[in-house]
Design a protein around this ligand. Structure first.
Ligand SMILES: NC(=O)c1ccc[n+]([C@@H]2O[C@H](COP(=O)([O-])OP(=O)(O)OC[C@H]3O[C@@H](n4cnc5c(N)ncnc54)[C@H](O)[C@@H]3O)[C@@H](O)[C@H]2O)c1
Length: 365
């Protein structure tokens, strides 16, 4: 998959926009500006072979436009892979709004953004991401119907995401320990926010031995008391004797430094981009015999929930679809072991193969 650091190092003069698009084979970029509302945004449509490009809008105070451009290119491509491997009829897209989500929000800004989404004629469907609330999306929705995650619709995706992570974790346990029971397994959950807390709930029901950490003390105490989890320090989480490490807060926590300490047999969590450098750390994990369940496949419950909203399907359908993450994880891990190839490579290949084969189905008769 795409290495973000490769392009961040190149300037726009060295690597201009359209060249950058061709590097990742993006279909379309829409640069959006409106002086009256202060809107500055980029919408990236990476690939629509499987269907309209679905991916959230992120509002972030990027330090420069190049950073925003690289982020939207990377994130939209990631959505293509996530939607493909999850068996959804959706392509990959993403949008970024450049600005401070605590200071620069207004109804006018989001409605103007909604008009830009609408101008793509259904090729891109947006949703919430970092820095965006359901209220913001209701403003976007005043100008376009190509939006999901609205209040009163499919709702908070976190329970579905947590369920998918839990199922994939069980599949990894089946391969690594010979049984998918998590009873008595030492499981460390880093970050017990929306997804982390629901995940801890599933693990507690199976009587796993749960260790948690979080930067937010009140959240930590609440989850520890509710589920009887052991609290550990922010850095201690990497050093404890555990069976499973579940990163549910930040990306890139599996890196040179933490790999020297991590004492686990499985890595399975909700966070995006868990490997600091996919090619390096994906290989190291394979060599160490640690099963890494690829994050973009494992945490797809959220987008499955969005898909249910797009297609008018029920929440039961979304949970059943998220349960398929068990079989997909088993398939990836077994192929990885059989071919001695890191799991992330197998997952990427599976996503690419589905796009290629469905692309052929869609050719004119
Ligand atoms: N919500 C979803 O449905 C969904 C779907 C796919 C992926 N994800 C990813 O899963 C992760 C968790 O999502 P969420 O919705 O639960 O977010 P959240 O913000 O509700 O929870 C994250 C938690 O991590 C804690 N945290 C932050 N930095 C930390 C650190 N250094 N050490 C320990 N804890 C730390 C926060 O205090 C918070 O409680 C994110 O990376 C998100 O991108 C979420």
């Amino acid at each position: 998959m795409f290495e973000v650091k490769d392009i961040k190092e190149s300037s726009l003069a060295e690597n201009p926009v359209v060249q950058r698009m061709s590097q990742y084979n993006h279909e379309q970029l829409l640069f959006c500006n409106d002086n009256a509302t202060g809107l500055k945004a980029i919408i990236a449509v990476h690939n629509t072979t499987l269907g309209p490009a679905l991916g959230g809008t992120r509002m972030w105070n990027y330090s420069n436009e190049l950073e925003a451009l690289n982020d939207v290119l990377r994130l939209s491509r990631g959505m293509t892979y996530k939607n493909s491997i999850s068996g959804l009829n959706l392509g990959g897209g993403k949008a970024v709004i450049i600005g401070d989500s605590r200071k620069n929000k207004s109804e006018a800004l989001f409605r103007r953004f909604g008009k830009f989404v609408e101008s793509l004629g259904g090729k891109y469907i947006t949703a919430e991401d970092v820095g965006i609330s359901p209220q913001d999306m209701t403003w976007v929705n005043m100008e376009t119907n190509n939006v999901v995650g609205l209040p009163g619709k499919s709702g908070d995706p976190s329970p579905v995401t947590a369920y998918g992570v839990y199922m994939g974790m069980k599949a990894a346990a089946k391969v690594q320990f010979g049984s998918d029971s998590l009873t008595g397994k030492k499981i460390a959950v880093q970050g017990v926010g929306h997804v982390g807390e629901y995940l801890v709930g599933y693990l507690a029901k199976e009587n796993a031995d749960i260790f948690i950490t979080d930067i937010h003390d009140a959240t930590l105490k609440h989850v520890a008391n509710k589920y009887g989890a052991h609290v550990v320090g922010l850095d201690v989480i990497y050093t404890i004797d555990m069976d499973i490490y579940a990163p549910c807060a930040l990306g890139a926590t599996v890196n040179d430094e933490t790999l020297a300490k991590l004492n686990c047999s499985i890595i399975a969590g909700a966070a995006n981009n868990q490997l600091g450098d996919e090619t390096i750390h994906g290989e190291v994990l394979k060599e160490k015999g640690i099963i890494y369940v690829p994050d973009f496949m494992l945490n797809a419950g959220g987008v499955i929930n969005c898909y249910a909203e797009v297609k008018g399907l029920t929440s039961e359908w979304a949970m059943t679809k998220a349960a398929e993450i068990y079989d997909t994880s088993l398939n990836i891990i077994n192929r990885s072991n059989k071919d001695n190839v890191p799991t992330y490579k197998i997952a990427n290949k599976m996503a690419e193969e589905r796009i290629a084969s469905i692309g052929r189905v869609k050719l004119p008769m």
